[in-house]
Write a protein that binds this ligand. Structure first.
Ligand code: ZN
Length: 279
């Protein structure tokens, strides 16, 4: 293990290589990958799960007060499923999406800007939004501190920053790390989305994410809760992209069934956090 020259972006601690392409902060546990953009396309087979998780997130937001008339910015809105839930509740919405499937959100009547955050919001005045949301996006952002400063500029006092992301302290990632030590790299590479069009840049734990937010913009955590990782009906479809042969697919399937049945008991693989800007 060699100590890298750049300190951890979350806590300033020392960062060490743990594999050819992953380094880790020895103080807060933040993991950082150095993966090239691949040609493997996006992640499919998760649409039902995403919709289900978005409903869970909206129920949490519903509990924070009357949302009607609030202004929402979603970074990486994809096909606009989360924006649909916002419109139902009377929020005004802006989505940002660099990829072509943002056109589907536009066709549904949502305002969608094509481009990359934070450059694309530079012309918005300060305090333009009450909620800024990252759904399965924050772990792909190359410069999270820069992104957080822009969120802070755009949010009203008391505004909410919503981040939903995969967790390095979840059971799937922990299991994949053990499999990697045992010589089976595929699940680990799949969780980082190695070879996909937009692989993960970071893997956060609850601790490293909260540390980054606190040290960068000083927000308090209003809510943290688990989201569903998988559904059995979709499992086979997802496993095809990981499998190397029938035996390993079967082994992973059985393991995943056990993990799915144990959801709620094991550490969560996907969590949603709501952070609040000070008044
Ligand atoms: Zn750290």
């Amino acid at each position: 293990m060699s100590n890298l020259s750049k300190p951890c972006i979350a806590c300033g601690g020392p960062v060490f290589h743990v594999s050819d392409w992953v380094s880790k902060c020895s103080a807060c546990g933040l993991e950082i990958a150095d993966l090239p953009t691949g040609t493997g396309g996006g992640v499919d087979g998760l649409e039902d799960l995403r919709r289900d998780n978005f409903e869970r997130i909206w129920k949490v937001l519903d509990g924070t007060g009357d949302l009607s008339g609030q202004r929402l910015l979603e970074i990486g809105c994809a096909r606009g499923f989360f924006l649909d839930g916002a419109r139902k509740r009377g929020l005004s919405v802006v989505g940002i999406e660099p990829d072509a499937y943002g056109d589907e959100a536009k066709r549904k009547g949502h305002e969608v800007l094509t481009g990359l955050f934070p450059a694309v919001t530079a012309s918005f005045p300060d305090r333009s939004f009450d909620i800024v949301a990252f759904n399965d996006v924050f772990e792909h952002v190359p410069d999270p501190r820069n992104a957080l400063h822009e969120c802070n500029r755009l949010l009203t006092p008391g505004g909410k920053l919503l981040i939903n992301l995969p967790m390095s302290d979840g059971i799937f990632y922990r299991t994949a790390r053990i499999m990697k030590v045992l010589g089976w790299n595929k699940p680990y590479e799949r969780l980082w989305q190695k070879g996909f069009s937009s692989p993960h840049v970071y893997y956060f734990s609850e601790h490293s994410l909260k540390t980054l937010i606190k040290n960068t913009i000083g927000y308090r955590t209003l809510h943290s809760g688990r989201l569903r990782t998988t559904s059995l009906s979709r499992l086979r479809q997802r496993l095809r992209s990981v499998s190397v042969n029938r035996v390993s697919t079967a082994a992973l399937y059985i393991g995943s069934v056990v993990l799915t049945l144990g959801e709620g008991v094991f550490p969560a693989d996907i969590k949603v956090f709501i952070f609040e800007k000070p008044q």
